[in-house]
Design a protein around this ligand. Sequence first.
Ligand SMILES: O=P(O)(O)OC[C@H]1O[C@@H](O)[C@H](O)[C@@H](O)[C@@H]1O
Length: 298
Amino acid sequence: MKNPFLKFDILDQLSDQVSYRVIPEGMHYWWVETNEYTAAITLCGGQLVWFEHKNHKAPAIFLSDKSHLNDKKSLRGGTPICWPWFNKHPSRDDVPNHGLVRSIHWQLLSHQCDNGVVELTLSPVIDQAYKNYVPEGVTVTQTLTFSDSVEIELVSENKSKQNFEFSAALHTYFNVGDIRETEVRGLAQSQYIALKNDWQPEDTPKVYKFREETDRIHLDKPELVRIYSPVQNYELYQSGHNSVVVWNPWQALAQNTPGLEGDCWQEMLCIEPGAIKPTLVLKPNQSHALVQKIVVSN
Ligand SMILES: O=P(O)(O)OC[C@H]1O[C@@H](O)[C@H](O)[C@@H](O)[C@@H]1O
């Protein structure tokens, strides 16, 4: 994985820790520097696409070298935000998978730095596509909190006068170096469903390793999932979810997945807490928070 953030222009220095930057390829992003980490959050999709401990050998978040580093579409890697639907739209075929907000521009609503903790809050810019699918008064905001970890909180809020049904997921791509040498712990008690098994519930393997395409929705809400990988280990603290998606496309599917062609699929694993099965309904004046906190250890 190359570091695309070595050459840049600073467009706005917002504080000692936060700046707004652009790289020669055209991608705009907010750059965050804490005592321990460097991080980048993109204008397009509001994705955390870079998160690296200053003393570790490799970044924690996977970003494909084949990604188009401009503001035009969602990147392959990072933490795409799936909202207000996950995967296929429940009734329409003419709209993108995983909702609207991963490929529209986001705006920075606020940023704070206090005692080494940096917090950014962003929301998608409301465009016509958003208005076509989301009732007026329904909003989504994301708060990223950087300390000795990063916490991503996605808050959906219904200030309209009608019920709002939706699903959501934090589709985080972890840098695991070698998927065949990676193990996941914390899901063994759950059952999962997968298209491959006609959506019939299956028991999760007690030792969760990867030898083939894996695309599963685990029907459980564990607070802690761990990833053990040759690069580094991850503790994922999660809340507000009712499902956890585990995804690696493996070789054949990766060749037809834009941004994952070649061998780079071997370096990634997605662990995605989601409000997916079942979908959620927010009544007027209700809100919902979906959280993934990522603790990285060498
Ligand atoms: O190619 P996309 O739209 O980013 O989706 C990638 C994958 O995202 C995962 O969350 C889904 O479980 C997979 O089914 C899907 O293929």
